[in-house]
Design a protein around this ligand. Sequence first.
Ligand code: A3P
Length: 316
Amino acid sequence: MTTTQASLLATSDSQDISNLLSELPKQTWFEDFELYQWQGTWYLPAHLEGMFATQKLFQAREDDIIIASSLKSGTTWLKSLVPCIINCPQGDDDDPLTKYHPHRVVNTLEARVFLDNLDISTLPSPRIFHTHLPYNSLPDSIKISNCKIVYIARNAKDAFVSLWHFMNKLRTQEQGPFSIDKAFESFCNGVQLFGPSLDHVLEYWNKSLVFSNKILFLKYEELKRNPKEQVLKLASFLGKSFANDEELDNVLWRSSFERLKNLDVNKSGNINLGFTNSSFFRLGTTGDWKNYFTQEMQERLDQIIRLKYEGSGLDV
Ligand code: A3P
């Protein structure tokens, strides 16, 4: 570790980020972005700064709920589901999803909270936050306190295709879509914002086995296949129950892809990095990768996944 890295770690001085960047491995991602590798994970400079600020400043409360995910794995869904489970809105008036994009209903620690300096101290309990940070980079207070972590994982091929579409939304007409082959090469090499994503998933999976009362590991595919069962499991993990079937149905409907995609608030406007609100709602299905993967891509990624997850008991 160099002196700059050591002092940054000691002080978490997020102002001094440019010195650090010059020392870190760097990769171009989707042509227009420079990612920097810190402790095995790839970051944009802003998120690296957000990560240090989160580590330095975030004080978890015992009853905080932290949603964690790799990119394009169902974050938006959980940012809708968890507040609905906690608050059980009776109508549109007390449902924040009617007025705000899910990414504004639940803010991401290393992005909106600590880069935009949101005042989170006055938020009523239980507070709900999100993070894309890998487990090893979570602030100590999250790890030490009794706050709960809900992790969502998704089939890697679907997450990759979803990401490719998502990143293409940022490109101009002249640029056209980014080469899927180049994007796939990066993905297979583990170069991805907050990635390598397989390591991200595996680390949370392993921790969820050790700290099963603290970390709930959910899979996008299981939520799609059996939403009632999975939402009951999630609610029970968060210490909530439903008075009757209608309450459960209400939560499922309020956080459903079909409803959210068609809400005015999600049809227009921008969220951050220039992403439109609507870009977070594309298909909301499983297995779309089959429309994009060649046999060769499938075999290559399956092999990488097999080797990575071998012996872990994880299959996503
Ligand atoms: P697709 O691009 O495959 O449609 P994230 O929220 O982590 O960025 O993931 C985005 C993916 O979740 C997108 O997948 C998006 O359509 C899907 N998604 C968003 N909201 C959803 C919801 N309420 N239910 C199911 N899927 C949802």
